[in-house]
Design a protein around this ligand. Sequence first.
Ligand code: TXA
Ligand code: MG
Length: 342
Amino acid sequence: MDTQYLEVNDENIEQATDLAAKLLKSGKLIGLPTETVYGLAANALNEAAVKEIFRVKGRPQDNPIIVHICDMIMLRSVVREIPDSASELARAFWPGPFTMIFKKSERINDTVTCGMDTVAVRMPSNPVAAKVIEKAGVPVAAPSANLSGKPSPTTARHVLDDLHGKIPLILDAGACRYGVESTVISLVGDVPTILRPGFITPQEIQKILPDAVVSDAVLREVGAGEKVLSPGMKYKHYAPRADVVIVKGTLEQFAKYAEEHAAGNAYAMCFNGEGESISIPSVSYGKKDDPDEQARKLFSVLRMLDTAGATTVFARCPSEQGVSLAVLNRLIRAAGFKVVQL
Ligand code: TXA
Ligand code: MG
């Protein structure tokens, strides 16, 4: 299959989004920019198209997909009920990098939810994404547009690298504004539970829902066979080909550890300005005190390490506060939960 790669600008945005919407309506998949990461989008109501998402990504059959909407009318069509808490969170965080889990309506098929009776819903703020959904007139199922297990795509080039020849269209609307996937919160249990941290932080959510909690699975490995609220938590994820190890400690301790343990094509993944203190090659993923920048750069740095042929990567550890929690949540999965505490 030929993949059309289309850069979207002010002049062609209507044409480009018309084409994307037309493809979605005819059951095709497209690479769609959003403010978090690029999505692999299909008409959520077309079961064959959703099955194709699983096939193209090589996605595990038990990992459900987020449904993207453009307004509250569309929300009503995909969920059974809208709790007051959801209305309040929607007022605060939609459109934006924020996903809520509801009881699903009959319109949403089992392929999207992997047989669960809940559905994850997000209203993206990226203008291209919003326009495509509105023009398609249907809810849009879209996981991140990477091959399963790979770092999520934060540029259209990343999508092309993974899915060239497998989908008919990729829209390029530049680098993603946030760079980590949406915050996911479940509103179906007794306690609102944050299942995946993102740019919208637990602190911001707790200002609206003081009883919201963060799932303990966010920073730990989930055992085989363990029942989890969000199947996505189970998988090693976001991983480059290299062996990644998170090394906690001072910069001096980190530098010494990396030097002593460097084998093969080893790289340090550090914060801006730290490279001079480290004797092995290094790449920076942002300023130490700028979690937003770390979030924006994380996935492209992980992909760059693959391109550089890294075999071992020692990563400096982000904090657990605010947006950093999202960075750490992704990095710890990229590392397959290997953390060294010095
Ligand atoms: O920012 C994002 O959320 C991006 C963009 C494209 O919108 N999408 C994304 O999708 O990250 P994906 O498939 O890579 O991650 C979806 C996560 C998975 O961890 C999945 O297990 C979880 O959401 N999820 C989806 N539906 C769920 C449900 N009904 N209950 C619990 N978890 C669910
Ligand atoms: Mg993903």
